[in-house]
Design a protein around this ligand. Structure first.
Ligand code: FES
Ligand code: FES
Length: 168
């Protein structure tokens, strides 16, 4: 195809290579080319956080990143959170604390919460609310989501799981 670029990056620990036009957004590459449909498309204006992924150690909204910017990058999506087929502690906590209803916002919440716990292993409620401020939920309100992240932090402290990178 004319005017395409080869872009290579690590996705949940695996090397991938894609051929994209310069204007292609990362969210579309992940969903449409790489079958990683965990990151969702909500607003496409960097507002809702449904498309959040982890890019070189930072939470980013993949609807506002060009795929060509990701050459050589290390990317994690919600698909990488499970560990050896088991739910990650953050996923378990969201389940146990009833922190989701429709689930549309949940992949972005989970991968953002994972990065938040890397940065702040013992977050206060205020840390969590601030840390998730870029992720909107239209179903649950935020109380159970906050409780889930607090619970996940305790699980992580007990089991040392969030120190591990997500896996493929
Ligand atoms: S779809 Fe990316 S922030 Fe809403
Ligand atoms: S659980 Fe439905 S948008 Fe958050």
């Amino acid at each position: 195809m004319a005017n395409t670029h080869e872009v290579a990056f690590k996705l949940n620990g695996k090397d991938v290579q894609v051929s994209v036009v310069p204007r292609e957004l990362l969210i579309h590459t992940l969903r449409d080319r790489l079958a990683h449909t965990g990151p969702h498309v909500g607003c496409e204006t960097s507002h809702c956080g449904a498309c959040t992924v982890d890019l070189d150690g930072m939470s980013v909204k993949s609807c506002t990143v060009l795929t060509v910017q990701c050459d050589g990058a290390e990317l994690f999506t919600v698909e990488g959170l499970q560990q050896a087929g088991e739910l990650h502690a953050i996923q378990q906590a969201f389940h146990e604390e009833h922190a989701l209803q429709c689930g549309y916002c949940t992949p972005g919440m989970l991968i953002r919460a994972w990065r938040l716990l890397q940065e702040t292993p013992e977050p206060t409620e205020q840390d969590i609310r601030y840390g998730l401020a870029g992720n909107l939920c239209r179903c649950t309100g935020y109380q159970n989501i906050v409780k889930a992240v607090q619970s996940a932090a305790r699980k992580v402290a007990d089991h040392k799981v969030a120190a591990q990178a997500p896996s493929a």
